[in-house]
Design a protein around this ligand. Sequence first.
Ligand code: ZN
Length: 409
Amino acid sequence: MSQETGLGNESLFFLQGSVEHFGNGVHMLQLFSNICIIETAEGVVLFDVGLELNGPRIIDEVRAITDKPVKYIIYGHGHADHAFGTQAILMDSETRGHPRPVILAHENVGKRFDRYQRMLPYHEHINRIQFGIPENIPSFSSTYTYPDETYRDTTSFNLGGTTFELRHAMGETDDATWMWIPELKTVCVSDLWVWSCPNVGNPFKVQRYALGWAESLEAVAALSPELMLPGHGAAIAGAEEIKDGCLTVARALRFLDHQVVSMLNNGKWPEEILRSFEWPEEFARNKYLAPIYGHPYFVVQGILRLYHGWFDGNASHLFPSSTAEIAREIVGLIGDSDKVLARSRALAEDGRAQLALHLVDLVLDSGAAPHDEALEMKARLLESLANSEDSFIARNIFTSSSSWPARGG
Ligand SMILES: [Zn+2]
């Protein structure tokens, strides 16, 4: 995700970006996600190949640059927007009588693909919400092209006199690869860089890794690259800027990790940690850490999930009564759901939309009439939260939830 793209939901997957040429055979096609095209004397290396629907466009752009065969396709990780444009590229090779490219990735990519196929309806559902994808468009990939070769920690190859060093990272995913090309002082980092506060602790997704993410950005900085091609958004040129960016983001992630660990060691429970962690001005104002996709609160959630179980410290919540039962008791005691809605309205007028939402939920969850009014109030409250929210993911959750049915008991 990129500040530059200013993504709206409808057009999200259909961005018609362009190819940027950096010299020395290095090109980057910037669509929803980026596709790195590296041309050597003996053929082409593609690092990340976008969404399934991006495949034909990738081939058009590669063929506008060179007739040489595509020799390697490298998946920076196995997400739907990075490892699925493969079929069109394989078809192009076949049509041209070129040898089939070698598909290279970290060993966990195959396991991810297995999981995606096992849980396809679930992934369709959560991605539709996360990215705000309209119902008439498929929200997840159905065609999986597994890697031909995998590696565990590092691997490298040489093509046409250029060295490609692949290194594994635990960052946004457990199957991430970043690629260093020493002769060109260029690094392709996939989603280790997304022009946002890192998306650790995504509300929908499996575990992500703040410390591993920090370590890999530090390793990138240590090589002093002069060009960094990220997974989303514009490339960064200049050794100083790249170093500053990578080390700033790494420092922020380490800072959050350290706080969570310290507070857990001091006997704090998740709610207190989530309400009291610090996100200093130097990070809040930093251009590399804008909470436009990921969010520091999500990062803390992700770190908690890595180190902590699900128990929140309150024994009442170990085997809780249902939300509906609790709401019925409370609204029953108040005796009048209109009173609850009136208070909710007053809170909203006072700029406390979040607290107002909890009161509306009490009415909805209790099943008390008038439901329509409460539903309408909830939709308005969520809309106002969405309008003031910077995080694309949070905004989409607020927006899509306003049309969800009321939660029932
Ligand atoms: Zn991505």
